[in-house]
Design a protein around this ligand. Structure first.
Ligand SMILES: [Zn+2]
Length: 139
């Protein structure tokens, strides 16, 4: 397992993603919805991986689309660090690959169109693709 780091534009929030394969083996997914394209978000995850998002200030949480996933952004610079699906049973997520320090090592992003999926199909897809997620925030 290897860990890679990413951070927001102002540096108040950061993440680490631990992946079973080298970063060069991964192709981030560029979601084609209006929300993600306007913010140029590309998602990276591995179901066998682990993500930890850390923030100096409480992260901003935003829901959109089918209202099930939560977008986590820095309250200071508004950079999206990643997206999460958290219930009392699971906590999974994907990071915004454009924040990665080693972004250049990734394969070019491919377009994904999850908006065509039903709410149930989306959750099934997240549980299959996303990594376990831990969030640490400090006041
Ligand atoms: Zn920031």
């Amino acid at each position: 397992m290897k860990s890679y780091y990413g951070k927001c534009a102002c540096g108040n929030a950061e993440y680490s993603i631990t992946l079973p394969q080298d970063l060069s083996c991964y192709t981030p997914r560029a979601c084609d919805c209006d929300f993600c394209t306007s913010r140029k978000v590309e998602y990276l995850s591995d179901s066998a991986g682990r993500i930890e998002i850390r923030s100096v200030l409480p992260l901003q949480r935003l829901k959109q689309g089918s209202n099930q996933a939560t977008f986590l952004s820095c309250p200071t610079c508004a950079t999206i660090l990643g997206v999460a699906y958290i219930t009392d049973k699971v906590s999974v997520g994907a990071v915004n690959a454009t924040c990665l320090v080693d972004k250049a090592a990734l394969q070019p992003a491919i377009s994904a169109s999850p908006k065509q999926l039903t709410a149930e199909e989306k959750v099934a897809r997240w549980l299959m693709l996303w990594s376990s997620l831990k969030i640490t925030e400090h006041e």
